[in-house]
Design a protein around this ligand. Structure first.
Ligand code: GLP
Length: 260
């Protein structure tokens, strides 16, 4: 079972996630981090910056993003490349070449996904993958119906995801139709998954992901197949859990050596 930790708010979750991520990566000779975008990981990135920005070991860090829109012009402020540059790469003191994203340009798109998979494999795989969850249960941009064994590929966004993400653009029409995303099988290859969900609008999706049937209809449910998953949720996002009392009890009774 995933370890499910219910915390008061996203700030506490961000501190816990940052501590676990840094502890895991700092001792790796070639640490590899998987980055998510969206609003959910922001508190984790801020906490990582506060704790570790500019530290020497970061020179060895490589990072891979989960996904990117297809077809946005280079430098578009809402491209995930730009979001990660602003929110993580620069504040952390990394150089851009340390962070790879699936390329969302139209040139070479048909071969980009396989190259991205090869780059992750060449780096030795991902040590810790940060994940958010969409209201329809997607992770990365793996929309409902995605194969549980899928690899990085070009996908079409669901209308609900385009509507959710329209808040970052000036109109719904500007939200791209296509994306390139690590697959669910790619995500499962990461050695530790940290799945974050905040707010009442995520309660149904996160409950279905960790307590519902494993199903391509709810892509995040694939995390139930992974041996090392940490799920950090705030109180509103925890509202629909059937076993919330048990998760709180288990977390309150952990041994010291069972830290996240
Ligand atoms: C986006 C991203 C996902 C993200 C999710 C939730 O579409 N592709 O990686 O986890 O939707 O977004 P947010 O964190 O803004 O709620």
């Amino acid at each position: 079972m995933a370890e499910i930790v219910i915390v008061p708010d996203d700030q506490v979750a961000g501190e816990l996630a940052a501590e676990a991520i840094l502890r895991r990566l700092i001792d790796e000779p070639e640490p590899v981090l998987g980055l998510a975008t969206g609003s959910t990981p922001t508190s984790t990135y801020h906490a990582m910056v506060r704790r570790a920005a500019g530290q020497d070991w970061l020179k060895n860090l490589k990072a891979f993003a989960l996904d990117e829109y297809v077809g946005l012009p280079d430098g578009h402020p809402e491209s995930y490349a730009e979001v990660l540059r602003r929110e993580f790469i620069e504040p952390m003191g990394l150089v851009p070449a340390q962070v790879m994203l699936p390329p969302g340009g139209l040139d070479g798109l048909s071969t980009a996904a396989a190259q991205y998979e090869a780059a992750i494999a060449d780096a030795g795989g991902i040590d810790v993958q940060i994940l958010g969850i969409g209201t329809d249960g997607h992770i990365g941009f793996n929309e409902p119906g995605s194969s549980l064994a899928s690899r990085t590929r070009v996908k079409t966004l669901a209308e609900s995801t385009r509507r959710d993400n329209a808040r970052f653009f000036s109109s719904l029409d500007e939200v791209p139709v296509h994306c390139i995303t690590q697959g669910l099988g790619t995500v499962l290859d990461s050695r530790h998954l940290i799945l974050l969900a905040f707010g009442a609008h995520k309660a149904d999706a996160i409950a279905a992901a960790v307590e519902g049937p494993v199903s391509a209809s709810l892509p995040a449910s694939v995390v139930q197949l992974h041996p090392h998953v940490t799920v950090l949720v705030d109180e509103p996002a925890a509202a629909k859990f059937k076993h919330g009392d048990y998760y709180r009890f288990a977390y309150a009774n952990k041994f010291e050596w069972q830290r996240l």
